[in-house]
Design a protein around this ligand. Structure first.
Ligand code: GTP
Ligand code: K
Ligand code: MG
Length: 530
């Protein structure tokens, strides 16, 4: 496609929010060169930086001294003439240059993603690369960056194109059979070799799809929902893991209503932590909605941290209904407020652990502990018990394996939690969110969980639902073609039509067909100036 000379010329600030040391302003379109001249800037040699004074097109007042660059069409990011100005990054400087540009004939401010969109329209990059670029700009962790960069460089796009070419080859064989069926020098069996190609393709696409949704998970981040009864300390735990006061903590049950999201980077892997409303029966319509959202998000999460108050009896935990979700969400049991369970009261721990063979490690109770305390008494008790907890949860972790697996000594035991989902003692954590004790083990288990779930995800071909949907549709068509017997002959037209459809579907990945709706969705997420 040739750049369209009748198009408007667009400009935008392409660098980040001012003030900054440098601001990059880009101009793309047929009048990019004229725009430079209107600003009093001589057009530099292609791809060579040149110092230039930027002047107001009407008053000739100097607005800034900047570096100017020139990328003539078609060798630019948009495929059009592109000029780039690198000026000083102050708000007034930027406003002055943008204002001057807007007063030049045929120029207008770019819409979000419009530079990339022009690049796509001029064949500079295909749709999967556009998506990769969008992901690269919004990548928050190292693994996300790698996946996005590979997508941008054609990890899926090149593969899809190769698949499409092979489909077209299979189609050509079938069409040859149709067109020359009467001629003697055309081999009888062209359908067989065509189907062999189809079978190979079907298998390769099946392999790409059977990736445990790693690519999508990496792109979106693993979702870990903190859920449990009211006042168990869910928000306190979220704040601890996020290392900042994100959620409101209060002694009033029913504090959290909306779902609160925090993004964590665990060794390069993205993890979205959700704090949710305490799950209980309530008549308050607002809290009810909070509970509904909590259940919905927990059911859709990759992992649930089910937080309970270890100082309360087990009966405090309502029976959650994650099992209704129809899929097994892994659930880790978090016994919080262990600081209130002074010195690991033996009897209580047995109740909490619901395990017949639960044993307590070295730091067992010297005194018995009332199950509940309130106010100032709790504070002093908590203070005194801190040392005991520290020795039980942290320091003894290395020395005492029974404590390092939570409160249960038998590592191999499997239990059913309140969801009816099996868990082992490995999935049980005893900690104090407010005192910050016992969190290291939880953090390191979260890190390994993320690493296990997302290992190798950077190499995934499928990074979005759009990719999966299209590949699944192609696979469906190819399965249909392979399931049928074509040996009787005379039905090659039908087979040809199926292969044509499959090729067209694949073409949608790169953005060859019905692209407008998809483009609008993708570019909506772009920032202006990209
Ligand atoms: N002693 C003790 N108190 C805690 C601990 N964690 C939280 N708390 C206290 O428990 C109360 C409730 O904490 P939140 O974090 O608001 O509990 P939540 O589960 O988010 O409560 P809702 O949002 O109302 O469901 C607050 O007073 C916290 O200070 C802990 O480990 N030990
Ligand atoms: K609360
Ligand atoms: Mg809360």
């Amino acid at each position: 496609m040739m750049p369209d000379s009748s198009r408007s010329t667009i400009f935008a600030l392409s660098s980040g929010r001012p003030p900054a040391a440098i601001a990059v302003i880009r101009i793309s379109g047929p009048r990019a060169g004229a725009a430079l001249e209107a600003l009093g800037v001589k057009i530099p040699a292609p791809r060579q930086a040149r110092i230039a004074r930027i002047r107001d097109p009407e008053s000739s007042e100097i607005i800034d001294e900047a570096l100017a660059l020139w990328f003539p069409a078609p060798n630019s990011e948009t495929g059009e003439d592109v000029a780039e100005l690198q000026g000083h990054g102050g708000p007034a400087v930027i406003a002055g240059i943008l204002d001057a540009l807007s007063r030049i004939d045929g120029l207008r401010m770019a819409e979000p993603g419009e530079f990339t969109r022009r690049g796509f329209e001029n064949g500079k990059l295909d749709l999967t690369a556009v998506e990769g670029l969008a992901d690269l700009v919004s990548a928050e962790t190292e693994a996300q960056r790698r996946l996005a960069f590979r997508q941008m460089k054609g990890q899926l796009g090149d593969r899809a194109e190769a698949w499409r070419e092979r489909l077209v080859r299979a189609l050509a064989l079938v069409e040859a059979r149709i067109d020359f069926s009467d001629e003697a020098d055309v081999p009888e069996d062209l359908v067989g070799p065509a189907l062999a190609i189809v079978q190979e393709l079907r298998d390769e696409i099946a392999t790409a799809l059977a990736d445990g949704r790693r690519g999508e998970r990496l792109r979106d981040g693993l979702v870990v929902a903190i859920a449990g009864p009211p006042n168990a300390g869910k928000s306190t735990l979220l704040n601890r893991l996020a290392r900042r006061e994100v959620a409101i903590v209060s002694p009033y049950a029913g504090t959290t209503r909306d779902v609160i999201e925090v993004h964590l980077d665990l060794g390069g892997y993205p993890l979205t932590l959700l704090d949710t409303a305490g799950v209980r029966e309530t008549g308050d319509p607002v809290e009810m909605e909070g509970v509904r959202r909590a259940r919905e998000r927990a059911a859709a999460a990759d992992l649930v941290l089910w937080v309970t108050d270890a100082s309360a009896g087990k009966s405090d935990a309502p029976t959650p209904d994650l099992a209704e979700a129809g899929r097994a969400v892994p659930v880790w049991q978090i016994r919080n407020k262990a600081d209130l369970v002074r010195s690991m009261d033996a009897e209580m721990l047995r109740t909490m652990g619901n395990a017949s063979g639960a044993k307590i490690g070295a730091a067992s109770a010297a005194e018995s502990t009332p199950r509940r305390r309130g106010g100032a008494q709790a504070a002093t008790q908590a203070g005194r018990s801190r040392a005991a907890l520290a020795s039980a949860v942290n320091i003894n972790e290395s020395r005492n394996p029974s404590l390092s697996t939570g409160i249960l000594s038998d590592k191999t035991s499997a239990y059913k939690n309140e969801y009816g989902v099996s868990f082992s003692s490995e999935d049980e954590f005893i900690l104090s969110a407010s005192e910050g004790l016992g969190l290291d083990r939880l953090m390191s288990r979260l890190s390994s969980f993320a690493a296990t779930m997302l290992a190798g995800a950077e190499q995934s071909l499928v990074a979005r639902a759009r990719h999966r949907d299209i590949l699944a549709a192609v696979q469906h068509i190819l399965n249909g073609a392979l399931d049928r017997s074509w040996s009787t002959g005379g039905e090659e037209e039908l087979l040809a039509e199926q292969l044509r459809q499959a090729a067209m579907e694949l073409g949608r990945l790169a953005g060859r067909v019905d692209v407008e709706d998809v483009l609008d969705i993708i570019f909506r997420d772009f920032c202006i100036g990209k």
